[in-house]
Design a protein around this ligand. Structure first.
Ligand code: CP
Length: 327
């Protein structure tokens, strides 16, 4: 089984992995997989994903093989072109070779944010999935970040219980100096919808998520007894969880300069203590810009779940790899 957006495991499968992660966190002994290897290919930087995958492999007795193409490995070509440029290795051979050395192949490749249809195709993770002969794990692609979604689900289960249907979650846009990909907010929306949560996406006009993804999440949420709504203010109502993230608008493709000018006027979307409902937990995938995305008083305050959320990246990487390496 590939793990490309997390829905491959199904709602119950994700819950099982999340609950197993919480057992591991509580001290359960992980199943050992000596002799197994996980190849992790990073085309973009990482702190949490890289270290949690390496640490998870160590805890399972497996070996991580981590490469960064263009730095300590050959730069990767994706297109079917005559390769007379600066990229020395095609993803076809890279996937074929790494599949012989590893039992799971994991890839990080962010969105380009230039061509909407190209990003919708999620080209690098799709190419690895097409040419690998072992299961592929998405470590954040143009569209999705299912490892983050699994860690977020474990965090929700820990605080809200394992029946997440109808639980109220707000995903709020937040300021940032740069246009950022939407993989994380897409994933928060999809993961919450998969569990039938009541999801509100709050963003300024012009910063909408891909309508195709919102429509997919709406169907998923409805099937699980929840729903998806969109609003253009930060009235968080009776939210039990508030997740903040900055993202570039889907309508911003082709007009990033105008979007940047608009974004510069939206500093009032910083999450501040007065906006947070008294009983809500606050989440952000990290890294986070303190004082820009969220006030330090929220990040450092008693309602912040961000360090637990990040810590759960280790336990969920372990629960996922434990299962995948047993296949
Ligand atoms: N949240 C997350 O994926 O962090 P990194 O980019 O540091 O891996």
């Amino acid at each position: 089984m590939n793990f490309l957006d997390g829905t491959e495991a199904g709602a119950d499968g994700i819950l099982t992995l999340a609950k197993r992660a919480l057992e591991l966190r509580a001290g359960a002994t992980p199943t050992q997989h000596p002799g197994k290897r996980v190849a992790a290919v990073f085309l973009n930087p990482s702190l949490r994903t890289r270290t949690s995958m390496e640490a998870a492999c160590g805890a399972l007795g497996a070996q991580p093989l981590v490469i960064t193409p263009g730095k300590d490995a050959w730069a990767l070509e994706l297109e079917d072109v005559v390769m007379d440029g600066d990229k020395a290795e095609h993803v076809r051979e890279a996937a074929g070779v790494l599949s012989q050395f590893a039992d799971v192949l994991a890839v990080r490749a962010f969105a380009g944010l230039v061509d909407a249809e190209e990003d919708r195709r999620d080209p690098m993770i799709s190419a690895f999935a097409a040419h690998a002969s072992v299961p592929v794990v998405n470590m954040e692609s143009a569209l999705w970040h299912p490892l983050q979604g699994l860690a977020d689900t474990a965090t929700w289960v820990n605080h809200l219980g394992d029946d997440l249907r109808g639980k109220k979650i707000v995903l709020t846009w937040a300021p940032h100096p740069r246009a950022l990909p939407a993989a994380v907010p897409n994933q928060v929306l999809l993961s919450a919808a998969l569990q039938g949560m009541d999801v509100t996406v709050a963003h300024p006009e012009g910063f909408e998520l891909d309508p195709q993804i919102v429509a997919r999440a709406t169907s998923l949420a409805a099937a699980g007894g929840g729903g998806v709504s969109v609003r253009h203010d930060q009235d968080f109502g009776e939210a039990e969880v508030v997740v903040a993230k900055s993202w570039s608008g889907f309508s911003g493709y082709g007009r990033r300069e105008a979007e940047a000018a608009h974004r510069a006027e939206l500093g009032h979307w910083t999450v501040t203590p007065d906006k947070l409902p008294a009983s809500a937990g606050f989440m952000h995938c990290l890294p986070v810009r303190r004082g820009v995305v969220v006030a330090p008083e929220v990040l450092d305050g008693p309602q912040s779940w961000v360090l637990e959320e990040a810590g759960n990246r280790l336990w969920t990487a372990m629960s996922l790899l434990e299962a995948m390496l047993a296949e």
